[in-house]
Design a protein around this ligand. Structure first.
Ligand code: DNO
Length: 360
């Protein structure tokens, strides 16, 4: 694996990139052109300049998160052909710039959903949390208003104000889109982009739905082992792969993460590793990466990734806000850096442990 860290780019991320380069073991960043709207073209010049910013800190770009997919593609409406054309051109530009992994999602309207961005824990740290009752009792058009005061002045991915301003129109767009339609639209999109992915060896890594169930009655499809395997089979090309996001898939208690990892051998192109703590029903709150702090066995997760020969980029995912840091919820420096250090330790231990056993 290659340890990486998410960085939102110059002018967007409040964390200086040189701090990221100082985290032990981090060789690359996962980044994006954060100002781009879904469907907009990326030029080679813009990608070059993003690479230069990373290179100035001694880092490479290990992958893009995300090239967002326009809602016309997801809903299969309006200008989808034009937006697919643009997506292909963007992939071409990325390929020409030697970038080979792209993370994206196929969630209608909302990207990830939380009901509290700063739930205080007894030790004074804060975490993001999800409560299903709140979602059930909130008008989706007001969802952003209910959390916007806790973003510490940052623009959170998937919750951009321009996007929130169009929420009414977006809900109308999906009115008659079933889960089956959404799945078919995803397959349609993937089939169209596979030739360019093959030409430039770009591995597409779909991000699971977060949380892994329907919110506000919207269709959701990347939620469990069965659906994910169905997608892998429908477009049976190594360039159609997954972002193994433990926090998202793991938000459904029935999802056995090590088992899902084993079933996806060869198709996991990127890993987001974090821990959550289950509460009642569908509720959960985020936790420190350490197994003991949450509901996941991180050792088993790392072991399964190593067993299937996963060698792509890994990044610590959402952390707590600790040591009075003010930043984008989930994306502070301190707890994610602790997460990277912990994951590096687990990796080293599992790999060396395996070798020791073989040498006996
Ligand atoms: C949230 C992230 C997501 C993710 C997208 C991928 O913190 O994990 O916004 O980047 O769903 O397209």
């Amino acid at each position: 694996m290659e340890m990486t860290f998410r960085w939102f780019g110059t002018g967007y991320d409040t964390i200086p990139i040189r701090y990221i380069a100082q985290i032990p073991g981090v060789k690359g960043v996962i980044t994006t052109l954060y100002g781009k709207k879904p469907g907009e073209l990326w030029t080679r010049e813009e990608i070059k300049s993003l690479k230069a910013d990373a290179a100035a800190a001694g880092l490479k770009i290990s992958g893009i998160e995300s090239v967002n997919v326009h809602d016309d593609i997801k809903a299969g409406t309006g200008d989808r052909e034009l937006y697919i054309e643009n997506y292909i051109k963007t992939l071409e530009a990325l390929g020409e710039e030697d970038i080979h992994m792209v993370c994206y999602n196929f969630m209608p309207v909302f990207d990830w959903t939380r009901t509290n961005l700063a739930k205080e824990r007894p030790d004074g740290s804060t975490v993001m949390a999800y409560e299903d009752e709140v979602v059930k009792n909130t008008d989706p058009e007001k969802m952003f208003d209910s959390i916007k005061d806790n973003t510490n002045g940052t623009v959170m991915p998937g919750w951009e104000p321009e996007r929130m301003a169009e929420i009414h129109r977006l809900f109308d767009l999906y009115e008659n889109v079933s889960e089956e339609d959404l799945f078919n639209n995803l397959v349609y999109f993937l089939e169209k982009i596979m030739p360019v992915c093959n030409k430039y060896d770009i591995k597409m890594a779909i991000h699971p739905d977060d949380p892994a169930h329907s919110v506000f009655g919207l269709p959701r499809i990347i939620t469990n082992k069965e659906n994910v395997l169905k997608l892998m089979k429908a477009v049976d090309d190594v360039h159609n792969g997954m972002t193994l996001c433990t926090g998202s898939l793991g938000s459904d208690k029935n999802n056995d993460l090590p088992d899902i990892i084993r079933s996806l051998e060869g198709r996991i192109h990127f890993a987001h590793i974090r821990n959550i703590r289950y509460s009642e029903g569908l509720d959960f709150e985020e936790a420190a990466h350490l197994s003991e702090d949450g509901s996941f066995d991180m050792y088993e997760i790392v072991k399964a990734l190593i067993e299937v020969g996963f060698d792509g980029p890994v990044r610590p995912d959402h952390g707590r806000m600790i040591w009075d840091e003010k930043g984008m919820p989930g994306y502070g420096l301190y707890d994610r850096a602790l997460g990277a250090a912990y994951l590096n330790g687990l990796w080293e231990a599992v790999i060396k442990g395996k070798k020791d056993l073989q040498n006996k």
